[in-house]
Design a protein. Sequence first.
Length: 253
Amino acid sequence: MSILDWFQLNDRVVIVTGASSGLGVAFARGFAEAGADVVLAARRRSKLDDTAALVTAAGRRALCVETDVVNPEQVQAMVDSAMAEFGRVDVLINNAGIGTAVPATRETPDQFRDVVNINLNGSYWAAQACGRVMAPGSSIINIGSILGITTAGLPQAAYAASKAATMGLTRDLAQQWGSRKGIRVNAIAPGFFKSEMTDQYVPGYLESMSDRMVLGRTGDPEELAATAVWLASPAGGYVTGQTIVVDGGVTIT
């Protein structure tokens, strides 16, 4: 087997949450191009068809499931649908998430809870449901953020707290399920990638952060997808409990 074969995910089944836009689309297409069938989950079912077209264009099957990850019953239904359609779940990409930029003295309890419910609790419900059916050799990848490690000039207490907690969740599930279930659990902490979330930033914000980007640019979503494919594939088979930072050097400045 050549080294390139280690990066293949032929006939594996991948669930991508938050697959209707932004980075979720890049993850779905990347895994399909690596040979996997993809379960696409999002609250906006109508927007999943465009992502599904990218999966089928890569020659793989797509299953669209309307899912609000805040609701454990809907998350379980998502996994049940994947099992009914494909008979297995090999990879989970916990990508669904939201962010806010509200000063701490003005952030309401509901605003804070909404962010934590989706970013942290939703990731846990999805990991739980997948962990019950995954076979040894499976992989869970939680999408964190560099804001779980550092700050970036905006008031983002809820988002930063949820992403730091996601890193802790990643470590704990990795130690629980590694030897007992053979499931690897890792996280990716992206830096600045253009997405639906960054479109909400005030004009000029991303440009103002350029001095912290050692590589001098924002990231390409396909670079993030390639990192996820590596982590989920046999090439990443000895990596677990880690948060892989993909940020163009922001966290070293």
